[in-house]
Design a protein around this ligand. Structure first.
Ligand code: SF4
Length: 195
């Protein structure tokens, strides 16, 4: 049976392969309580939705399009679910938009992977091409365009397959080589080999 996954799993897999191992194989995420910071982030996203409804599409370089917020997505083909902050549908293309809390307007490799996953889910749902996305940064109120090429989508499918193989084997993967990511990681107590 195909292991059902989320877009967040793919983003986290790019960040550190151990995170989806901990959440899927050991079920650790299910025990995590909702923290004050998480609740604060949820409220902030709701506030941005209200602001975004009044914002002109011209800030995305568009003259027309319909906006949809908190869009639930599911691909029966890929067995992936996702919840996207915003979608713009122009009639000849669909554009995913993610809201992020980053003061430096950075789009990391894990976020690009996340947007590539959304692009596949949106193409399946709307039957329209997805060739680009936007990341809207909440603190600076600026947006950055991210190109979504066929190569990016093909890479995503390869990584999706690698992730499922790793989960089926149930073998602890290597820790991330970027040790700076471990400092604030909520799973660091489960990684004694990194200290
Ligand atoms: S502590 Fe480091 S190695 Fe362990 S899960 Fe977190 S990021 Fe990965």
């Amino acid at each position: 049976m195909t292991i059902p996954l989320t877009v967040s799993d793919l983003r986290q897999y790019e960040y550190c392969a151990r995170i989806p191992y901990f959440t899927h194989v050991l079920g650790l995420q299910k025990r995590r309580p909702t923290t004050y910071k998480m609740e604060e982030g949820r409220l902030e996203h709701e506030h941005v939705n209200l602001l975004e409804e009044r914002r002109s599409l011209r800030s995305y370089g568009l003259t027309r399009g319909e906006r949809y917020f908190n869009v639930s997505l599911f691909s029966p083909v890929l067995q992936i679910t996702g919840l996207l902050d915003m979608v713009i549908v122009t009639g000849d293309e669909v554009i995913p938009v993610e809201f992020k809390n980053d003061l430096h307007n950075r789009v990391g490799a894990n976020h690009k992977r996340q947007l590539a996953a959304y692009s596949l889910l949106l193409e399946e749902k709307w039957q329209l091409p997805v060739n680009r996305a936007f990341v809207h940064f909440i603190p600076t109120r600026q947006s950055r365009e991210v190109s979504l090429t066929q190569e990016t989508k093909d890479q995503l499918l390869i990584q999706l397959n690698q992730l499922r193989v790793m989960l089926e084997r149930e073998a602890l993967p290597d820790a991330t080589s970027k040790v700076g990511r471990c400092t604030d990681c909520e799973f660091r107590n489960f990684c004694p080999d990194i200290w």
